[in-house]
Design a protein around this ligand. Structure first.
Ligand SMILES: Cc1cc2nc3c(=O)[nH]c(=O)nc-3n(C[C@H](O)[C@H](O)[C@H](O)COP(=O)(O)OP(=O)(O)OC[C@H]3O[C@@H](n4cnc5c(N)ncnc54)[C@H](O)[C@@H]3O)c2cc1C
Length: 499
């Protein structure tokens, strides 16, 4: 990371300004730099780079981009390291307040105060913001205890607040589903997730691993008709769209997970064309907006489900910006030194198609990796009333167990192994936070080194909540050995320096 005065001290003209140091901005910057752009500066208003990933302490990131399942902070740290190694300059606590059609930007930074930047090209990567209670017009009072799900996620996972004891979640978007599980592991009772539509809006794997696995009720075709409480929320009134008497659910916490809107206030200042319905950006060429030299990627462009896809398309934006700047090396993805392990070789062909990737000889892999017998004789007695949803990747294969113990419906070895594990001994890696003394934040994200029985997740989380460590801590450092006698260690999922 450059010192905040890097701009003032460095006489070299700025080639590329990237606004936002989330996975989109960082991935674009890395690819631009690797394509030969001389000075690439990424600015972000937050205290540290990484964007929304820093608060997403759960696993589910990186299967495609890094070839292994990572938590959000782990994914972010890899990108930050890759950016720094490739010579990208990053300025945190720096807010872009204005930018015009000619790419003149006005910035405010904690260390530099007010300053202006004129870059030859700009990549917009400001992410998105959450829709609020107002957007879905839920009537009632306006007590404390009502948050958007992402705000609650930050308050709990980064800032260490306890927000309530009994929660209702409005909307079944992915963030709401993930927060239902997170609250449960924090000891909060989740009374229900209330969804106005007939089907959940989040990914099937999140419905499975966040709600079903913890027996959290999902009320489909229901709406929250009123929020009650004066100083603090005391409950919500829930109505079925199919009729019947309204029901009152007691709670002291209400989270809204009702959609995301691309963050495009700055984009509008440049005169770039926006998409009316979604507030996303209208692109004209390879990740290029209607304004010459202005590129866009990530949730600013359109809201993505998967960070891996954000990184992939942001890389295209970085290379396109490099091409615009006349760099020679642009074209194919650099890829060098980016993924830690062997790419995405463990994914099915269908999955790759879904992700828009073209990674070569998948069918050979499928033949070699698929278990030839696929018979799990030791689980013949298991009963599967309905297909098992594979949660290894977002594709969500529906796996079946035949009467002879044959397992079908999976598309890769990981899916097969997941099914065997679920049938023999349902388990999951626990992701949580521990208290940290002397660090940038009061909470440090962590995970168990192996999966633990699902029935023990809550107890393990409760015992972790008593753990306190001291900064500095490195990514992967062991924080506790043999958690609760379960034979698993607990490791840090991010580095945190001493303040
Ligand atoms: C709560 C949540 C859970 C998710 N869970 C998963 C998951 O399990 N698996 C998965 O693959 N994907 C998940 N995603 C999706 C994925 O993480 C996002 O699509 C991805 O992080 C978007 O990256 P981004 O860089 O576009 O935006 P962000 O990560 O939001 O980064 C945008 C950055 O821009 C900065 N910024 C904005 N405006 C300005 C300004 N004016 N000046 C300076 N800086 C500015 C912000 O501070 C922020 O750091 C999740 C997303 C959310 C919101």
């Amino acid at each position: 990371m450059i010192p905040a005065n890097g701009i003032a001290n460095n006489d070299a003209p700025l080639s590329l300004l990237v606004i936002g140091a989330g996975p989109a901005g960082l991935s674009a910057a890395i690819e631009a730099k690797r394509s030969g752009v001389d000075r690439v500066l990424v600015v972000d208003r937050e205290r540290e780079p990484g964007g929304i990933l820093n608060q997403c302490i759960h696993a589910g990131f990186g299967l495609f981009h890094f070839g292994e399942e990572l938590t959000g902070p782990e994914y972010a740290e890899r990108l930050v390291n890759a950016a720094e190694e490739s010579g990208v300059e990053i300025m945190s606590e720096t807010f872009v307040a204005e930018i015009d059609h000619d790419l003149n930007a006005v910035l405010f930074s904690k260390s530099l105060g007010y300053f202006q930047v004129k870059a030859k090209a700009v990549v917009l990567a400001m992410g998105c913001r959450e829709r609020t209670r107002a957007a879905v017009a839920v009537p009632g009072t306006r007590p404390a205890g009502v948050f958007s799900a992402g705000t609650a996620q930050r308050l709990i996972n980064i800032e260490g607040y306890a927000l309530g004891q009994r929660a209702v979640i409005v909307g079944s978007g992915d963030i709401g589903l993930i927060m239902a599980r997170r609250l449960t592991l924090e000891g909060v009772e989740v009374a229900a997730v209330v969804e106005i539509r007939e089907t959940p809006s989040g990914l099937p794997r999140n419905v499975s691993q966040c709600l079903k696995a913890f027996s959290i009720p999902l009320l489909l075709s229901h709406r929250v008709a009123a929020i009650e409480g004066t100083s603090r929320v005391t409950g919500v009134v829930v109505e079925s769209l199919n009729g019947g008497a309204p029901e009152r659910l007691e709670c002291d916490l209400v989270l809204f997970s009702v959609g995301l809107i691309p963050e495009n206030e700055l984009s509008a200042m440049t005169g770039a064309d926006l998409l009316g319905g979604t507030n996303g950006l209208q692109l004209t060429g390879e990740m290029q907006t209607s304004v010459p030299g202005l590129f866009a990627c990530g949730n600013t462009y359109r809201v993505y489900d998967l960070v891996d896809e954000v990184s992939r398309e942001a890389g295209i934006a970085g290379r396109a910006a490099a091409a615009y700047l006349g760099c020679q090396k642009c074209g194919a993805p650099s890829g060098a030194g980016y993924a830690k392990s062997g790419g995405i070789t463990s994914l099915s062909s269908e999955t790759r198609t879904v992700m828009g990737q073209d990674q070569g000889d998948v069918s050979r892999f499928m033949q070699s990796e698929k278990d030839p017998s696929s018979i799990a004789s030791d689980v013949v007695e298991s009963v599967m009333d309905e297909p098992l949803l594979c949660i290894i990747c977002p594709k969500g294969c529906r796996i079946r167990l035949g009467s002879g113990g044959e397992i079908t419906g999976y598309n890769c070895r990981r899916g097969y192994e997941f099914a065997l594990q679920e049938l023999r001994d349902p388990s999951a890696v626990l992701t949580a936070t521990v208290a940290i003394e002397g660090g940038m934040w009061p909470r440090l994200p962590c995970k168990t080194t192996k999966a633990i029985p699902r029935a023990l997740l809550r107890a393990a989380a409760a015992s972790l909540s008593k753990l306190s460590v001291s900064a500095p801590v490195s990514l992967g450092e062991i924080l506790a050995r043999d958690l609760g006698g379960l034979g698993v260690d607990v490791v840090a999922t991010r580095s945190m320096k001493k303040l």
